[in-house]
Design a protein around this ligand. Structure first.
Ligand SMILES: NC(=O)c1ccc[n+]([C@@H]2O[C@H](COP(=O)([O-])OP(=O)(O)OC[C@H]3O[C@@H](n4cnc5c(N)ncnc54)[C@H](O)[C@@H]3O)[C@@H](O)[C@H]2O)c1
Length: 424
């Protein structure tokens, strides 16, 4: 257990903060791992919604966060785009900034946190390109600060079991596979339509990274080529977004993963989304399979009353493993699942670094966490930024294959005509 508490400033007060980050941080506060909690948003509207969130209030009676700006004092729509800088500046060194704002803004917040000697946990993706990820890795290490990326699928026990079996050689070698993660249709109506647009992002960048990271996590392979076909459609507000994507990722052993993503899961359907992975493997003279249904996990609940949220239903196939609030004695509800375990692991990693006596020792702990490869860090998951760069280059060029180069100066480039293997 921690000998000092981490104060946490969450930058971004949107959907992921409400459903996963804030409840996890509240639980860590309840456990004595986290001290003061602040949440900064662009304006006060989402902060008022968070403060009034009935599930959070029921789960964590008596706990609250400091709202920046203060939703009780300012106009809900007045914007404070630079306020996070002031708030981070006031933090004592060695605490934690949790980055939970739109993808293209992560870099600025991470840099501000490091400048002010704060540890960082960022929602995926850390940043949108390798160069920035490398810069963050080096700056954090030099200052003895931990940076983690919240790839929570790594903390799903089924991923850890598959990883153990793969490492033991029980599956042989990954050859070909498919992953899909289709988010609900109603996401199109949310704040996504303001930022997850053709210019900034796409369904592949937004969700494919989860399974691409997982394949690397389980197999230890590296992605070396990416091509992404995207279908652009209008959001309700008229912005254009790549709302359906099909990606092909080639790995450094020649294996191939096909990844289908989008915002098209029916709002009326019983899960929160549809997602899963099937990897075919081979040994010397036989095939193996890793097949995970990550949406349907055997739970079927029919309820008598339907609420008014877009994801409320009469019939649910609830995922009990990602993030649920349950009563386990004591006061209120507790978050359970790999969504909580992942945030807990990131906070504990920051505390491991704080427990080291001097900079040299802190650097050693950071390197050790990198090597363990369980919590995602810039050093052990930088291929995700390369995939992101390659995916964006491909999707904005009609799906052209893009090669990822490693070595001293990793980067991406279009595949050359001479690199296509000819068979006839
Ligand atoms: N499964 C996952 O890992 C997962 C799921 C959902 C979202 N995410 C990631 O989380 C991030 C946020 O997603 P979301 O769904 O919560 O988005 P959202 O649009 O609901 O919320 C974004 C929040 O950022 C805040 N923000 C914007 N500019 C700001 C600024 N200058 N200063 C302070 N706050 C600012 C907004 O006020 C808003 O509260 C994205 O990077 C997304 O990719 C990850």
């Amino acid at each position: 257990m921690a000998d000092r508490k981490l104060d946490v400033t969450i930058v971004g007060g949107g959907m992921i903060t409400a459903v996963q980050i804030l409840p996890s941080i509240y639980q860590l506060q309840r456990l004595g791992i986290v001290g003061e909690i602040k949440v900064v948003a662009l304006n006060s509207a989402p902060l008022k919604a968070l403060a009034g969130n009935s599930m959070l209030n029921k789960a964590f009676p008596g706990q609250s966060f400091k709202s920046c700006p203060d939703y009780k004092k300012v106009e809900p729509t007045k914007n404070y785009p630079e306020l996070y800088k002031e708030i981070i500046k006031k933090m004592k060194p060695g605490n934690l900034v949790f980055v939970a704002m739109p993808d293209q803004l992560h870099y600025g917040v991470v840099k501000e946190a490091l400048k002010n000697n704060q540890h960082v946990c960022s929602v995926k993706p850390l940043v949108l390109n390798y160069k920035e990820a490398k810069e963050i890795e080096e700056e954090a290490l030099a200052k003895g600060l931990f940076v983690g990326i919240e790839y929570h699928k790594r903390f799903d026990d089924r991923s850890l079991i598959a990883r153990r079996r793969y490492e033991n050689g029980e599956f042989g070698e990954f050859k070909i596979g498919q992953a899909h993660l289709m988010e609900p249709w109603y996401y199109r109506h949310s704040n996504f339509q303001n930022w997850c647009t053709v210019k900034n992002s796409d369904a592949f960048s937004y969700v494919a990274c989860h399974y691409i990271d997982l394949v690397a996590f389980i197999t230890g392979l590296l992605p070396v080529e990416v091509s992404v076909y995207g279908i652009s459609e209008k959001y309700p507000n008229g912005n254009d977004g790549f709302l359906w994507t099909d990606g092909r990722v080639i790995w450094n052993n020649g294996a191939c993963l096909n990844v289908v993503n989008g915002f098209g899961y029916p709002d009326e359907a019983p899960g929160g989304n549809t997602q899963g992975i099937v990897l075919h493997t081979r040994g010397k003279d036989s095939g193996g399979i890793i097949s995970h249904s990550d949406q349907f996990r055997g739970v079927k609940h029919s309820v008598l009353v339907k609420g008014s949220d877009p994801d409320d239903k009469y019939y649910y196939e609830t995922n009990p493993d990602y993030f649920q609030m349950v009563y386990k004695g004591g006061e209120g509800y507790e978050p359970v699942g790999y969504g909580f375990r992942s945030i807990e692991a990131n906070c504990l990693a920051a505390l491991r670094v704080n427990a080291a006596v001097d900079l040299k020792d802190k650097m050693k702990v950071i390197k050790r966490i990198d090597e363990e490869g369980v919590v995602a860090t810039p050093a052990n998951s930088y291929y995700n930024e390369l995939v992101m760069e390659a995916g964006r280059l491909s999707i904005t060029n009609g799906g052209k294959p893009v090669v990822i180069e490693y070595g001293d100066n990793p980067g991406v480039r279009f595949k050359l005509d001479s690199e296509y293997k000819k068979y006839l």
